[in-house]
Design a protein. Sequence first.
Length: 265
Amino acid sequence: MTERDFDEIAALALKHTGIVLGRHKANMVYGRIARRLRQTGYRNFADYLEYLKDNFRDESTNFINLITTNLTSFYRESHHFDFLRDTVIPELKKKSDKKVRIWSSGCSIGQEAYTIAFTLAEAHMASAFDVKILATDLDSNVVSTGAEGVYPADSLMSVPDDAVEKFFEKNRTGNQVRVKKSIRDLVHFKRLNLLEGWPMKGKFDVIFCRNVVIYFNRETQKTLFNRYADYLPVGGYLIIGHSESLNGLTDRFKSLGNTIYQKIY
Ligand SMILES: C[S@@+](CC[C@H](N)C(=O)[O-])C[C@H]1O[C@@H](n2cnc3c(N)ncnc32)[C@H](O)[C@@H]1O
């Protein structure tokens, strides 16, 4: 992979995903695209790039799925779920329309969205309220995995024992688990590119967008955070990842600490 190949790949990634690939990511990009070269039979990066550009409609999904980084886990940054349980849920319980709408944006394989669902179910929200959790990601593979809700058994390491009992079923060999249907039914998975149009009509009570914007430049972050503000009522919450911040990007939220923000206008 020449520097020129890398720059072309980085330019395509930025344009279509918002993901910034600095030169220090060259080894990672090399490994991921080399895999696709082997699958397609192209002998070098330049030929594959030519093919990608000429057949972007057909090949873009494969390319994009290689570019994304999907690291996630159940109960990741668990203080956010404590906040949901202790602060947000008591407020949601007072809603007269009994509608609960939460968005896991950049959901990867769905473990964040399911942790939200577990937290609501534990607070007995699932039956008494009209609960819908939207889980979206750009990568079509992770969206399918999320909708299936099937994971290796060792991904339960971060899940408390009582939640494992309540919310998962094991397969016969015990090496895989599946989120129970009653929980899966609360979560709706969709492919959505955050850079493009959003089809959702209503607002959300809470938006989780954690460990997504770290891959974007400040301009994209600014646009995105202001769009999130449009999708929240005043008082609604935006929860971002531990290394992310709204500082200098939007003044429409106030910080509540722990990368939790509340919309002010
Ligand atoms: C590191 S994962 C974070 C998963 C989860 N939110 C968490 O914190 O555990 C980042 C996700 O953002 C998604 N992503 C990256 N660019 C995106 C875009 N333009 N639109 C939608 N999702 C995107 C990636 O596909 C990836 O699954």
